[in-house]
Design a protein around this ligand. Structure first.
Ligand code: HEC
Length: 224
């Protein structure tokens, strides 16, 4: 009993392998499978594939160049793509306060505390402080360039060697708008009820004090 197809088709092995004529018929059937013509079929689909890829690439490049100011990360239905390049959007006061609050929680809080009470003898309070609630000019100068040496807050002298750091300088390098937000926040937090500090006001004072390189002392600043 020969089994010439063993290993080719298990169905043949389990079928009537003793009958040689059946096997021959099956063998013929197996051989009659259409053979792919080598090379002949590949040409047209390859052309098509190349053409479609080129088309997709062209469409992507076209879209990137003609998206009319659309940024997938920001949707703003009001924006005019032609006029939008250099316009900074003014925030409302509640938005300024929200941003100022998170800026405070990241930095100021380390020294001035979560309730703006500071630490006796070391860090002065912001709650009820005449520096915070007094003139915007003086307050902005303090944030931009810092403050050192003895100062008085609410009748108490702060003589410690701690300095108030300059926030417009390294390592902070805060932009004028962030300084305005932080000040707007502290002027209405901790029981304070003073008005907002505008970004334009910070820009104005920053331009006027641009060459200041060290912290202020109290004597150098306006009394109020
Ligand atoms: C590294 C500690 C530190 C950080 C951070 C800090 N300050 Fe101060 N701040 C001081 C010290 C110290 C003084 C007092 C400086 C002096 O005695 O000359 C001061 C003074 C002040 C004053 C004037 C005095 C007063 O109590 O009103 C204000 C206003 C002020 N800081 C606001 C802020 C704000 C707002 C932030 C965050 C943007 C901030 N500070 C971050 C340490 C800090």
């Amino acid at each position: 009993m020969s089994a010439p197809f063993s290993g080719h088709d298990p169905r043949l092995e389990s079928a009537a392998v003793s009958d040689d004529s059946v096997q021959r018929v099956h063998a013929r059937l197996l051989q009659e499978k259409p053979q792919p013509e080598p090379g002949g079929y590949a040409f047209a689909p390859l052309m098509l594939l190349g053409f479609m890829s080129g088309l997709i690439l062209f469409c992507c490049i076209f879209l990137v160049h003609n998206r009319g100011g659309f940024d997938p990360l920001v949707y703003n239905g009001q924006i005019d793509p032609k006029a939008s390049s250099n316009v900074s959007v003014e925030l409302t006061v509640p938005e300024m306060i929200a941003k100022g609050q998170s800026a405070y929680a990241q930095t100021c809080i380390q020294c001035h505390g979560p309730a703006g009470l500071g630490q006796p003898g070391a860090f002065p309070p912001l709650a009820g402080s005449e520096w915070v609630n007094g003139s915007e000019e003086r307050l902005i100068r303090v944030l931009l360039h810092g403050l050192k040496d003895q100062i008085a807050v609410k009748g108490e002298a702060f003589t410690s060697s701690n300095k108030m750091p300059a926030f417009s300088a390294a390592p902070y390098l805060w932009k004028d708008d962030k300084i305005a937000y932080a000040l707007t926040y502290v002027r209405q937090a901790f029981g304070n009820t003073s008005g907002p500090v505008s970004v334009d006001k910070v820009k104005e004072i920053h331009a006027a004090t641009a060459d200041r390189k060290s912290e202020w002392t109290q004597a150098e600043l306006p009394a109020q």
